[in-house]
Design a binder for this molecule. Structure first.
Ligand code: NAD
Length: 514
């Protein structure tokens, strides 16, 4: 890095810290309450929990700890607000949602620094997260007018048309990785569809969820349309999935939690949409543009601290180029910059929580026991603030059956598995319980299409890293999920499709009882 860049990088680091100072002071002084029916309220039980920074363990704020009573208040508010929001003309709903997007954009820099401090994600990735969140709101705001669209499927003696109506109040339960951006992905389409929302954010990352609901309220969302209840999965989360007024649950999180939610929602026949875990393969064939493939491989597992559902955590590389490719990869992983998340030079920040750090670190022993080699990393990292830092880790000498090739680590941890040929690559890629994404690098378009067809995954990128385009379907197969987000797919989840048949007056009606 030249001197000028180094200076500007230090300046940005300082500016980020200066921006964070007053925000954190306010957060600590005010605490975080639920937002129910447009009002900030404490937990009915009076209980709170602390949210701590993964950088240095500082208590950032005390947070209302919700339980079934708080969920009931929020679900009741969402049910009361439903008809008004559902029946608001689409153009008006669109305007309000655009105002929410404006409000997010205005506070984008604040959101970025708070997200870094609450989650440990590096600023270079979070700087744009709020802008993407605003885009989610704008994209779905512009679709308000078409949400009710259906089909005309005429038969000989009837006009058959379909239309869609919002399903009702819905619950949205989200995880802690990129929580602000990710939650807007679920909440924006629900609101655009005409549903009201109760959001239960992850207990490890409540800060920006609080900001989101408050921004939405100030932007003019009517009271009760969007409510947020904080708390733990086993009480607030569970109560939300069981509440009879809540008609559907949009959930993002672990596969095992998805199973639990399905069982919890069964008595009230909840419609569920699950975005779950992954152990995604990136397959590099020997005829690929290996330089671009290398960039994508590094980016897709070591960005966002590897805490990313779509990360390519398994590198399947063709044996003929494996040694050379892994040599270059090793150098890149060794050079990754672990550091303070507010430093723009940082590529990997501290992991979200000490329990998550312990989980990621436990895989170092798993790798060794499996008989694989830790080529890079394999230890906690002593980073600024002494928080939950870990060394970016590269595991080689693995085979497809090892735990490090099967289980989601959800950290900066890549397992390399060489393969022989196309059939071998497909078999290894599909040989896991998950099926979220797959990435294929090859110069042979025919092969790219064959492999894309054969991969058991909801999303495939050919010669590309994950680049999200909002109208496209997002979601997983197998243990990676049920349902799709994005574009019209989101409306299919948040709305009921209704069939209406109009007779032309010509068909014969059977006459009984004559
Ligand atoms: P998690 O399943 O532990 O928690 C997610 C949310 O569910 C939290 O808000 C939690 O409080 C809540 N919860 C927990 N138990 C619950 C219960 N019994 N009933 C209702 N709610 C409950 O997941 P996490 O550790 O926060 O997030 C990491 C996981 O999320 C990873 O597996 C990752 O792959 C997955 N993820 C998937 C996607 C995707 O789009 N497929 C995106 C991001 C993250």
């Amino acid at each position: 890095m030249d001197k000028a860049t180094a200076k500007s990088s230090a300046d940005v680091f300082q500016a980020n810290r200066d921006r964070a100072g007053p925000l954190l002071a306010k957060l600590k002084a005010e605490g975080i309450g639920h937002v129910i029916d447009g009002k900030v309220v404490p937990a009915a039980s009076g209980q709170t929990f602390e949210t701590k920074s993964p950088i240095d363990g500082t208590v950032l704020s005390t947070v209302a700890r919700g339980n079934a009573e708080d969920i009931d208040r929020a679900a009741t508010a969402a049910a009361k607000a439903f008809k008004g929001w559902r029946d608001m003309p689409a153009a008006q709903r669109r305007k309000v949602l655009h105002r929410v997007a404006d409000a997010i954009e205005e506070r984008a820099d604040d959101i970025a620094v708070l997200e870094c401090i609450d989650t440990g994600q590096a600023h270079r990735f979070m700087a744009k997260a709020a802008i993407r969140a605003a885009e989610n709101f704008r994209f779905f705001a512009d679709k308000c007018g078409e949400a009710r669209d259906g089909f005309n499927t005429p038969s000989d003696e009837h006009w058959n048309i379909s239309t869609r109506v919002p399903i009702g109040p819905v619950g949205v339960i989200t995880p802690w990785n990129t929580p602000f951006m990710l939650s807007t992905w679920k909440i924006a389409p629900a609101l655009a569809a005409g549903c009201t929302v109760v959001h239960k954010p992850a207990e490890w990352s409540p800060v920006t969820a609080d900001l989101l609901v408050k921004l939405a309220r100030h932007a003019g969302l009517p009271d009760g349309v969007f409510n947020t209840v904080h708390g733990f999965g086993e009480d607030a989360g569970k109560a939300l999935t069981e509440h009879p007024a809540i008609k559907a649950i949009g959930f993002v999180g672990e596969s095992t939690t998805g199973s639990a939610i399905m069982a919890q929602g069964a008595p009230t026949l909840k419609r569920v949409h699950f975005e779950l875990g992954g152990k995604n393969p990136v397959i590099v064939f020997d005829d690929a543009d290996l330089d671009r493939a290398l960039d994508a491989v590094v980016f897709m597992i070591y960005s966002l601290n590897g805490e990313r559902c779509t990360s390519s955590s398994r590198l399947l590389v063709q044996a003929s180029v494996a040694d050379k490719f892994v040599e270059k990869l090793t150098a890149r992983v060794r050079a990754l910059k672990v550091g303070h998340p507010l430093d723009p030079a940082t590529e990997i920040g501290p992991l979200i929580h000490e329990r998550h750090l312990a989980k990621v670190c436990s895989y170092f022993d798993v790798a060794k026991k499996d008989g694989a080699t830790i080529a890079v990393g394999g230890k906690p990292h002593d980073g600024p603030g002494g928080g939950h830092y870990v060394q970016p880790t590269l595991v080689t000498g693995a085979n497809a059956n090892m735990r490090v090739a099967q289980e989601e680590v959800f950290g900066p941890f890549l397992t390399v598995i060489p393969f022989k040929d196309e059939a071998d690559a497909i078999e290894i890629a599909n040989g896991v319980q998950y099926g979220l994404t797959g990435y294929v690098w090859t110069g042979d378009m025919g092969r790219a299409l064959r492999v894309a067809d054969a991969l058991e995954a909801g999303m495939i990128w050919l010669n590309s890293e994950n680049v999200r385009h909002l109208p496209t379907p997002f979601g997983g197969m197998k243990a990676s999920g049920i349902g799709r987000d994005g574009g019209d797919y989101s409306f299919d989840f948040y709305m009921e499709t209704k069939h209406v048949s109009l007779a032309r007056g010509t068909h014969k009606i059977q006459k009984l009882g004559i």
